[in-house]
Design a binder for this molecule. Structure first.
Ligand code: ADP
Ligand code: MG
Length: 259
């Protein structure tokens, strides 16, 4: 199973929207896909149509070693897509894990058994660089960073890149960064264009060619409990996420693309 953490400590930059729609795109392409909701807010879980009342087990149970992946992962109404849901318990995990041995290693351990049932997983991180995100980065093969083109974007990014480096040094030497995806892109806004140019000249090929446009369909879809890619597969946002999924596949190591 290829493990991709979707991380950025800023809130509202498109992590969850990217996790939901990339996971849906991969599932639609025939990849056995797992979406891991690691944000206590549970927006990824709701966004793939699993309301709080339907979540029996959660990522919390897996992190605390109270249930196996096979027990915790649930089917969604989207063929080929399973979910490790988030429940409010998860907000306590950040504190509870502090006193636990190997506290950054809990997700990796939880995923060790049963992951052969999946080709790929996307881990939707909370908006912080706390223990939950550290668990995601320790468990992941690579990180995808959604970046909103706004004034302080690069500043937040350097903090995230430092965290990735620390995780590489201490917990997960093989952790890579598969790319930075520019989100909520608005061509009519000059600041967006300028920030995009800055990010591209600063980070070069790390930035995906695909830009995710600001698109109201992307923000409407979660209230219908559906990924945008199912709610309206022809909207500009859905088309952009399909293009991003293709670009992501082209960046995966050769021998792991077969599915
Ligand atoms: P994060 O997980 O980083 O906090 P979200 O994916 O939840 O960010 O996005 C924050 C808000 O912006 C949500 O209401 C979401 O529906 C909306 N949103 C995300 N991406 C877009 C986009 N490209 N265009 C319009 N709205 C978007
Ligand atoms: Mg989110």
């Amino acid at each position: 199973m290829i493990r991709i953490a979707i991380a950025n400590q800023k809130g509202g930059v498109g992590k969850t929207t990217s996790a939901i729609n990339l996971a849906t795109a991969f599932a639609a392409a025939g990849w056995r896909t797992l979406l891991i909701d690691l944000d206590p807010q549970g927006n990824a879980s709701t966004g793939v149509g699993v309301p709080a009342s339907a979540r029996e087990y959660s990522t919390y149970d897996l992190l605390l070693g109270e249930a196996t992946l096979a027990e915790c992962a649930m089917e969604t109404s989207i063929p080929g897509l399973h979910l490790l849901a988030a429940t409010v318990d998860l907000s306590g995990a950040e504190v509870e894990l502090v006193s636990v041995d190997g506290r950054t290693d809990k997700l990796r351990k939880g995923l060790a058994r049963g992951s052969e049932r999946y080709d790929i997983c996307f881990i939707d991180c909370p908006p912080s660089l706390g223990l939950l995100t550290l668990n995601a980065l320790s468990a992941a093969d690579t990180v995808l960073v959604p970046l909103q083109c706004e004034f302080f974007a690069l500043e937040g990014l350097s903090q995230l890149l430092q965290t990735v480096e620390r995780v590489q040094q201490r917990f997960n030497a093989d952790l890579g960064i598969i790319g930075i995806a520019l989100t909520m892109f608005d061509r009519r806004n000059r600041l967006t264009d300028q920030v995009s140019d800055d990010v591209r000249s600063c980070l070069g090929k790390l930035v995906f060619d695909t830009e995710i446009p600001r698109n109201v369909r992307l923000s409407e879809a979660p209230s219908h409990g559906m990924p945008a890619l199912i709610y309206d597969q022809h909207c500009s946002g859905s088309r952009a996420y399909l293009a991003l999924a293709r670009e992501l596949i082209s960046r995966l190591p050769e021998n792991r693309k077969a599915a």
